[in-house]
Design a protein around this ligand. Structure first.
Ligand SMILES: [Fe+2]
Length: 281
């Protein structure tokens, strides 16, 4: 069964996002394993893709706070994590790639144009392979220079990172963002895939878990417009900066330090909140 055949089942509350979904495609790709995981803080989706036969799996856009959770899931399913993959350098959360490398011994992957550190760099047209399955790399810059989308033709699914979100797209006002570039990335690449292709984004802030190419071509309030209208919209969003803009996506040698700083910051903030409550009582 292809992922898209169970698409309607995915439009459910986020609390069931980690349920088991193992799919066998009628197009020859059998035992394609898929999980969608969620981070409540940054509303980030992490995807676990695997081959249920040879046990190789990858994680797309892991979040550091959930690295242990994700690795536990990998172990529970008797899988072997070979890659931690990032669609781009994230500003709103710290990637779990470094932590997962220490837990699982996997390799990290990111686009060569990202400027981030990784074990393996990918470019347009490359393939990321796990077991019998593969993702084709599309370079889709505009949100950042190094943004990539990963297309799995056999399952008719695409992981778009922040290039294309559900009824939205990633911001283009920092991190080398460029609205016109993003417009062309989405229209000239993602929107040339079959309309039935299911889109799995890096985030959603409204509880929707997936969309399709045809749906976004028709209904995306930004990207269904002309280039000029899109650029005007993106240049007038007036968004505040993400809380973790100063953090790097691949904190390779400093991973543990970054985790410790994050832990201390959150603990300190919790203490301040408790003290404030006491004062008000
Ligand atoms: Fe982003």
């Amino acid at each position: 069964m292809k992922i898209k055949t169970v698409f309607s089942r995915l439009l459910q509350p986020l609390t069931i996002a980690t349920r088991n979904m193992t799919h066998t495609s009628s197009t020859g790709s059998k035992n394609f394993l898929f999980r969608q995981l969620f981070d409540n803080t940054s509303c980030t989706y992490t995807y676990l893709l695997g081959d249920a036969d040879n046990k190789e799996c990858i994680l797309i856009d892991p979040v550091v706070e959930h690295a242990k959770r994700d690795f536990q899931l990998v172990k529970d399913l008797n899988l072997n994590l070979i890659y931690a993959v990032n669609t781009h350098m994230h500003a709103d959360h710290i990637t779990g790639s470094g932590y997962l490398k220490s837990l699982a011994g996997c390799k990290s992957i990111i686009s060569r144009n990202s400027g981030a550190q990784a074990d393996i760099f990918v470019d347009e047209g490359d393939f990321i392979r796990f077991g019998d399955h593969k993702l084709k790399v599309f370079s889709t810059p505009g949100h950042t220079n190094g943004c990539c989308s990963f297309y799995c033709q056999e399952q008719e699914i695409v992981f778009t990172g922040d290039a294309l979100l559900i009824r939205g797209c990633g911001r283009t006002d920092f991190q080398e963002g460029d609205a016109a570039t993003l417009y062309h990335s989405v229209n000239d690449k993602i929107f040339t895939l079959p309309d039935s292709t299911i889109v799995y984004p890096a985030h959603d802030y409204h509880g929707i878990m997936a969309t399709s190419v045809g749906e976004e071509k028709r209904l995306n309030p930004r990207l269904s417009k002309s280039l000029k209208e899109f650029v005007d919209i993106m240049n007038n969003l007036n968004l505040s900066y993400p809380k973790q803009i100063a953090q790097k996506v691949i904190p390779k040698p400093n991973t543990m330090l970054a985790i410790m700083i994050l832990f201390v910051k959150r603990t300190f903030s919790a203490i301040i909140q408790e003290v404030a409550k006491w004062k008000n009582e």
